[in-house]
Write a protein that binds this ligand. Structure first.
Ligand code: PLP
Length: 463
């Protein structure tokens, strides 16, 4: 048995190297160490082809919130497949799960949002949100309001518009991006980007004033929307300063600029509330969401919009003859059935209360990492957190990027049985499935803790 798995593994590995262009992967590195083939999952754990089991401390890509063997989701997909495996939503057609999911999303949405448009990924949702902003502004006779502001360090996806708003060089280099509709305002990372002795409140005020300066420089008449993750995920798990959204939203209102909350990571319980917007006091005109919407079991994403936007879009669509946007799989009935079941399970099993119940322990375990000299900052809320590395003995000086320190840390932790993720600001992220139990959470951090002393020693030798 062992022998045949080994044979299968080798042939799968070489086929993967030969035929599969891996997303966000260095081909040279993967050629060296080989792709890791994950074969099965159960609860918070996954097992690779060699039979090694890991705690999946990232829920895959911040997404498998109900873990890796939720059979009710599987059954929801199978039963919908048997009933109606596909139907579309073009030309007024649709299907029952799609309607019920739209109704459910509106029922749980914050800020009285009114209507839902379905897509298949977070990137598509953000591209769609931008098109809706452009459509809406044009409908109101303000077609020149096309520029969209995001923040430096943010991640909004990889399609053309989303990648332009993503303000991380790795998503833009080599593609001649960003496109010129995208503007980027100050990075809201207090630990790295505050001035010496600047309070968090003063930092938030500076961010608000930078935003207003950018708006006046570019002309409010040219700016359609501002997009923000309530908590920045892939850019570093960066929590906004407490006062941040309270300060910037009146500025957006003043200049008639729409607020888009990118809830692709934060949505569906991750920060301890259904929406990150609730946790951080965001009042969005548009929400984009994906990932936890179906616990990642099947691709689906959604754009939720206010009544004002929905009304203008509808009027414009009537004037133009149709709303000229849609994907073959917009509102796919199988994806909708899985998403509905995900939301049902979240309610039935009080998943958000479960997250709230674990939040203090999670924060404590993440905070404990601060005792190591190479950890400069720790942060966590709900079940998402990060530890950011620095040169030991300094307040916040980064290690030379040539050391690829966080990547080495991730490797060492993975060798000890926990999958986590390196972030571009030399940090590691923690984002376990929301169903994780206290014992498993402790096991995850115990395993991480065992690796940190040797990591700390290594950091002290790097120049
Ligand atoms: C906040 C945020 N927005 C958008 C995206 C893009 O989602 P997708 O990879 O499904 O296109 C991501 C992906 O990680 C994300 O974290």
């Amino acid at each position: 048995m062992g022998q045949s798995i080994k044979g299968l593994k080798n042939s799968l590995e070489s086929k993967s190297l030969e035929h599969h262009l891996h997303p966000y992967t260095n081909p040279e590195l993967v050629a060296d160490i080989g792709p890791q083939i994950i074969q099965s999952g159960d609860g918070v754990r996954v097992t690779d082809l060699e039979g090694k089991t890991y705690i999946e401390g990232m829920s895959g890509l911040w997404c498998a919130s109900l873990g890796f063997k939720e059979l009710e989701l599987v059954e929801a997909a199978v039963s919908q497949m048997k009933e109606l495996p596909f139907y579309h939503s073009f030309t007024g057609k649709t299907s029952e799960p799609t309607i019920r999911l739209a109704e459910k999303l509106i029922e749980i949405s914050p800020n009285n949002l009114q209507q839902v448009f379905f897509c298949n990924s977070g990137s598509e949702a953000n591209d769609t949100a931008i098109k809706i902003v452009w459509y809406y502004q044009a409908a109101k006779g303000q077609a020149q309001k096309r520029k969209i502001i995001s923040r430096k360090g943010s991640y909004h996806g990889v399609t053309l518009a989303a990648a332009s708003l993503t303000a991380l060089s790795y998503a833009q280099e080599g593609f001649s991006l960003p496109l010129d509709f995208a503007l980027h305002t100050t990075w809201p990372h207090y630990f790295q980007n505050s001035h010496d002795n600047e309070s968090e409140e003063d930092f938030a005020k500076r961010l608000a004033s930078d935003l207003e300066n950018l708006i006046t420089l570019e002309g409010a008449e040219n700016i359609g929307a501002f997009i923000a993750e309530p908590l920045m995920g892939a850019g570093g798990v960066i929590l906004p300063p407490k006062e941040y959204f309270g300060l910037i939203q009146p500025i957006l209102k003043k200049y008639d600029i729409l607020m888009i909350a990118d809830e692709v990571i934060c949505g569906f319980g991750r920060t301890g509330n259904m929406w990150g917007s609730e946790t951080f006091n965001v009042c969005p005109d548009i929400i984009t969401c994906a990932k936890g919407l179906s616990s990642a079991y099947i691709p689906i994403s959604a754009v939720l919009m206010s009544k004002d936007i929905a009304d203008e879009v509808e009027k414009q669509a009537v004037r133009l003859g149709q709303f000229g946007h849609g994907y073959t799989y917009s509102g796919h009935p199988v994806a909708a059935a899985v998403a509905l079941k995900t939301l049902e399970i979240m309610e039935e099993r009080s998943i958000i209360d479960h997250v709230k119940g674990l939040e203090n322990l999670f924060l404590e375990r993440v905070s404990d990492l601060k005792e190591f000299d190479c950890v400069g900052d720790v942060r966590a809320i709900g079940l998402i957190g990060a530890a950011e590395f620095i040169k030991p003995g300094t307040k916040r000086t980064k290690l030379d990027p040539k050391h690829k320190f966080s990547t080495r840390v991730v490797k060492a932790i993975q060798a000890n049985g926990v999958i986590i993720r390196a972030l571009p600001i030399d940090a590691i992220a923690f984002c376990p499935p929301l169903i994780i139990e206290e014992k498993e959470l402790n096991e995850m951090f115990d395993r991480i803790d065992r690796v940190l002393p040797e990591i700390d020693k290594l950091a002290k030798t790097l120049t």
